[in-house]
Design a binder for this molecule. Sequence first.
Ligand SMILES: Cc1cc2nc3c(=O)[nH]c(=O)nc-3n(C[C@H](O)[C@H](O)[C@H](O)COP(=O)(O)OP(=O)(O)OC[C@H]3O[C@@H](n4cnc5c(N)ncnc54)[C@H](O)[C@@H]3O)c2cc1C
Length: 414
Amino acid sequence: MTKPLQHSAQSIHVDVAIVGAGLVGGTLACALARHGIRAAVIDRIDPAAMVAPTFDGRASAVALSAQRFLNAIGLWAHVGARFEAIREIRVSDGDAPFFLHYDHADVGDEPLGCMVENRHLREAIAANMRGLGDALTIISPASVADMTQSADDITLHLDDGRNVVARLAVSAEGRNATLRTLAGISVTGWTYPQTAIVATIGHELSHNGIAHEHFLPAGPFAILPLPDDAGVHRSSLVWTEREKTAAGYLALPDEKFLAEVAERVGGFLGALSLIGPRFSHPLGLQFAAQYGKGRLLLAGDAAHGIHPIAGQGLNLGFRDVAALTEILIDAKHLGLDFAHPDAMARYQRWRRADNLLMAGVTDVINRVFSNDIAPLRIARGLGLAAVNRLPGLKKVLMRQAMGTIGDLPRMVRR
Ligand SMILES: Cc1cc2nc3c(=O)[nH]c(=O)nc-3n(C[C@H](O)[C@H](O)[C@H](O)COP(=O)(O)OP(=O)(O)OC[C@H]3O[C@@H](n4cnc5c(N)ncnc54)[C@H](O)[C@@H]3O)c2cc1C
């Protein structure tokens, strides 16, 4: 990796220290270093281990705006052809005859977004990091055990005895963020009685770039298009199941698990096969009361963890990164402290509203759709049919999913 550190070096001095080299922290490190802001990124897991096929079996729906941002910071080039464009989205509810159909052609030439396997995003981040030279220091495997702040800087105390001293620290540590706790920032939230089962399937017929979200009483069942691999058509499944029954499905032998999958997918993809292992994720919503304190800021799941029903959690994280990158570039040009109170306040103002809105919307959709209550079922069907017949509203919803409306950072705009 870039610039291996001497273990004898007790203190490392940088402009911005990022804790967490996941999809959000890793992207932020790339974006800042590319713009001449000296950064260090610290993770308890060796990034080389994060690209193993067994580490993270998810694939992410990357919104068009996020794809533009990753392109602007040079990261998308490392994804290469390993993505599948999402041209249409079909939303259906149980056996109801009503559905909602989004077609990219209704809002322009570009796809609504694309599907990328997380391991390929992680590989792209690692490749991008390797090209950043001295602008980026990677410290891994190491954990942050404590932090102290002064008027001029923030010091992260690592578990191996080293210190990282920075003007600003960003916690991109995911949902169980240590720095957030150390700073005394509280979190509001709840768990959903649901588990997401993730698996990759091969299928006989092409998906034609169409993403399907099929609402079942236990939760949404998503069939998301992946690029073909060695001539095999593939899709990623996110099967939201009741927490109590998910463990049983996960423990089934392959043949029986595939039969359960086939029953939910239906016949439109032809014969199915399982590719690779299954993964499971407990689901919950959480929201940090503040996105910063002193010289510490939160980004990604450390600030907001939402239900994957709309495939937006990472996209919000990418928007955090794009906004923060813009704010810090502006601070650098103006010769301001990276943790100047105006910069800190601007980030929180900018990102909290967008994230809170999406957290609320996904929570409501999950509650309204994940049940079999007859009056709600009828209302849902009518709602889907109504939206499907209102082209104006449908375009707004599509642009929302593409992340192309709202107060967008410069690098996210076309
Ligand atoms: C089933 C499922 C499907 C999803 N699908 C989509 C989708 O299609 N589109 C979308 O936009 N979003 C999706 N999401 C959401 C998305 O996956 C998350 O929002 C995203 O992965 C969060 O990334 P992160 O980098 O913020 O956190 P994490 O991925 O949790 O990374 C945190 C990193 O910090 C490190 N770390 C933590 N604490 C410390 C410490 N103290 N010291 C050192 N290192 C530390 C960890 O090792 C880890 O590498 C989905 C989520 C689920 C569960």
